[in-house]
Write a protein that binds this ligand. Structure first.
Ligand code: 4AD
Ligand code: MG
Length: 441
């Protein structure tokens, strides 16, 4: 009978029908009378079995891992007690080889050897991506971004695409990637925040999902040179309202990702202990975090007791977050250790209306703040950081022509994924990670 051409995910519902499925040979095993194949096509995995003459043909032919094939046969429901993806098995009655992958020296398993050096695996990233773990993380990533967009859509927040090539810094000169731009100096953007701010008076609340670039010289688990930055800017709200918004975004999106039929089971596999965070998140003021760190005998970068004004660097931040064990809104950082654009707290002008969202096992996944509203204060911010305000004329105009209370935040896509999927490093959450010394493939 005619075979119904279908993707693997659809074949799970085609019990007792004859189908044609095309894909890559993910696993291959043969016994005397059977050849077992696990076929992969990006939508799922399908267990297939060749028996009789077909199996014999295979003994003399040359099926190899990662060859592309089209398999024809009947989809059979597996008997109770046996498991396979989708609960089905394909009884193959015919197959075509589309492209044969090499055997011997050049065989796939030799390229992607188990336990291989991580840097060799990164050289072979294009092949490693075919593995179950990396492909699962990439699927969760796609679903996460879909539900983030859905949330913004429901909230009436408009998506924009700010430029990547810019002439202003946002998060400090030391991590700027410089490039020649028709004889002028330009940079790769560190954050789209300033551009989003200019959209408020035009489009109202806005967001962007855009690459950001940071020349981070040190190797850490959570720093990339290029990452996907989810940023939003909201107007006519106060600090508490912004915190509520971030909380709602995270809890609603994570719940949807966990309930999604594709990403839900993948997160269960990758991160069996994961539970969705509940509102409200714990709120911890920076000054209380300093007290907490001292009480728990966690030291600062100099190996001394933390004091007000210290930056809470990665190691200390992670110790604190892991010990507390729940999502934290770390709020009201001192102005001196934060960026030029952050608004000061009216009740305590030495600190800012700022927030970092910290998650267990990762630490900071989000940074945000309310923004300075007046030209005068903004100029003082530039002066404090030694930034020439001239290239920021367009950003300053935002204060001149109808300033408004506003705030926003940026979420590191790879960081939120590392938390969701329990990955040791953000590198495992990027398709082709870029970090110090790595720009290929
Ligand atoms: O805390 P950051 O530097 O804040 C900003 O860029 C703001 N201008 C965002 C805004 O308010 N619109 O970066 C925001 C987030 C961090 O919390 C982190 O999750 C992620 O971006 N991030 C990085 N992720 C991977 N590699 C890096 N080098 C990152 N630097 C920041
Ligand atoms: Mg930050």
């Amino acid at each position: 009978p005619d075979a119904q051409k279908c993707k693997i995910l659809k074949s799970y519902d085609a019990v007792d029908q004859r189908v044609k499925v095309s894909g890559w040979i993910h696993r291959l095993r043969s016994s005397k009378n059977h050849v077992f194949i696990v076929l992969r096509d990006g939508t799922g995995f399908l267990q297939a079995v060749l028996t009789g003459d077909l199996a014999l043909a295979h003994q003399t032919s040359t099926l190899t891992l990662e060859s592309t094939v089209a398999l024809y046969g009947k989809v059979c429901k597996l008997p109770d007690g046996k498991t396979a993806p989708g609960g089905v098995e394909l009884l193959v009655d015919y197959y075509e080889i589309v492209s044969l992958a090499p055997s011997g020296e050049e065989a796939f398993t030799n390229k992607i050897a188990e336990g291989a050096d991580p840097s060799l695996l990164l050289d072979q990233r294009h092949l490693a991506l075919r593995g179950e773990t990396l492909s699962a993380v990439m699927k969760v990533r796609a679903t996460l971004l879909r539900y983030i967009r859905r949330f913004y859509d429901e909230e009436g927040i408009t998506e924009v695409t700010p430029p990547c090539m810019v002439q202003t810094q946002v998060e400090g000169g030391s991590t700027l990637f410089k490039l020649g731009y028709y004889g002028e100096e330009a940079y790769l953007t560190q954050s789209s925040q300033l551009y989003l701010e200019t959209c408020l008076a035009s489009l109202g609340d806005v967001y962007s999902i855009q690459e950001s670039f940071r020349a981070e010289k040190s190797h850490t688990r959570r720093h990339l040179s290029e990452y996907t930055h989810i940023e939003a800017e909201l107007c006519f709200l106060d600090f508490e309202e912004m915190l509520d918004h971030i909380e709602k975004l995270i809890t609603k999106t994570v719940k949807r990702v966990l309930e999604d039929p594709v990403s839900g089971p993948l997160i269960k596999q990758l991160n069996p202990g994961f539970t969705a965070p509940e509102m409200p998140f714990m709120r911890l003021d920076y000054k209380d975090a300093i007290t907490w760190l001292v009480e728990h005998d966690i030291k600062n970068e100099e190996g001394e007791d933390f004091k007000f004004g210290d930056d809470i660097a990665e190691a200390a931040e992670r110790k604190m977050t892991d010990t507390i064990g729940v999502p934290i809104f770390l709020t009201r950082f001192p102005a001196e250790i934060k960026s030029f654009y952050m608004k000061r707290c009216p009740e305590a002008p030495n600190v800012t209306e700022s927030v970092d969202v910290l998650m267990p096992n990762v630490g900071e996944i989000t940074g945000g703040s309310m923004r300075i509203e007046t030209t005068e204060e903004l100029m003082a911010g530039f002066a404090r950081e030694g930034i020439d305000p001239e290239p920021y004329y367009w950003f300053i105009d935002q204060r001149k022509y109808g300033s408004c209370p506003h705030g926003g935040y940026g979420i590191g896509t790879e960081r939120i994924l590392a938390w969701l999927c329990d990955r040791f490093t953000v590198r495992d959450c990027s398709l082709y990670p870029r970090f110090t010394g790595r720009c290929k493939p």
